[in-house]
Write a protein that binds this ligand. Structure first.
Ligand code: C2E
Ligand code: CA
Ligand code: CA
Ligand code: CA
Length: 279
């Protein structure tokens, strides 16, 4: 048994070494990826359930490495956060989105809003509002065109500080959404002090919404909570017509997911936006 225990131990360490080797490889590759233009934003459209209109799109980062291929943001964002690379990457994301919104405005096809995911590390930079405003200014994009997605945990760590940052971003004219709502432990009493405009229901509650009563009750409760605070509600991960119907019945305002549209390259998003405009 002792022998087996030792083997098992060495098995785990070699597995851990392989894992950290991959992390190290990715971190070095990521450093180069920024300048090499390997990081591109994709856009996933959002639909208003009442009118059927396109109301916005979420920008989602894609990394195409010439040798390793496509690497998921769920893998490389945490590495970027641990290594500090998230700050230059986050700025690159804001700049790429602003430039894209400018192009779409010039072409007359810009969606009302583009949502950007913020990392906690970005959210803790005191100069974030200035950074955002100067990038928007650089491309002459109105701040009302930009939405920022924060997670619950970012607001709960230090609610006072979060409230002050959210207030400054709100003053700057950008709108704010709490992402993955329901997966953390938001304090309902704190929520009403934040100048946010939307709650985004996590896709884990949407997946079984048609068959699972608990999930349906949770989503219904979040919708009521949002509306009672004067907020909109958007559901992510909507893949089927039945899920969309159920969300409509529950009073949800907007949906995002494969049913309305997958995340698409900027060029394909442009085509999608043109099709939305011409009936
Ligand atoms: P998230 O913000 O919760 O993004 C939603 C995820 O759900 C995206 O995964 C999206 O592609 C996926 N998705 C969209 N529709 C559906 C659907 O109908 N069904 C299912 N099953 N999934 C759907 P993705 O693109 O792999 O991104 C993963 C996470 O990486 C994001 O989760 C976000 O936390 C992070 N991320 C992505 N881009 C950025 C970025 O520019 N900055 C930061 N800080 N994080 C980012
Ligand atoms: Ca998001
Ligand atoms: Ca989300
Ligand atoms: Ca999520």
């Amino acid at each position: 048994a002792k022998q087996r225990g030792r083997n098992r131990y060495s098995f785990y360490t070699s597995e851990m070494q392989a894992l950290s080797l991959r992390q190290l490889t990715l971190e070095n590759a990521l450093r180069r990826a920024i300048d090499a233009g390997q990081l591109q934003l994709y856009y996933q459209p959002q639909q208003d359930l009442h009118s059927g209109a396109l109301v916005g799109a979420e920008a989602l980062l894609r990394w195409e490495h010439p040798v390793m291929g496509r690497i998921s943001p769920s893998e490389f964002i945490p590495i970027a956060e641990d290594s500090g690379l998230i700050l230059p990457i986050g700025e690159m994301v804001l700049r790429q989105a602003a430039r894209q919104i400018r192009d779409w405005l010039d072409a007359g096809i810009a969606p009302p809003r583009i949502a950007i995911n913020l990392s906690a590390i970005q959210f803790h930079q005191p100069d974030l509002p200035q950074t955002i405003l100067s990038i928007l200014d650089e491309y002459d994009v109105p701040s009302s065109r930009l939405e920022l997605e924060l997670t619950e945990s970012m607001t709960m760590e230090d609610p006072e500080q979060a409230a002050s940052m959210i207030h400054r971003l709100h003053e700057a004219g950008v709108s704010l959404t709490i992402d993955d709502f329901g997966t953390g432990y938001s304090s309902m009493s704190k929520l009403k002090h934040f100048r946010i405009s939307k709650l985004k229901i996590d896709k884990s509650f949407v997946r079984d919404i048609v068959n699972n009563t608990d999930d349906r009750v949770i989503v219904g409760t979040v919708v009521s909570l949002a509306h009672s605070l004067g907020l909109r509600c958007v559901a992510e991960g909507v893949e089927t017509h039945a899920q969309k119907q159920m969300l409509h019945t529950l009073g949800c305002d907007h949906i995002q997911g494969f049913h309305f549209g997958r995340p698409m390259s900027a060029a394909r998003t442009g085509d999608f936006l043109r099709r939305q405009d011409s009936p």
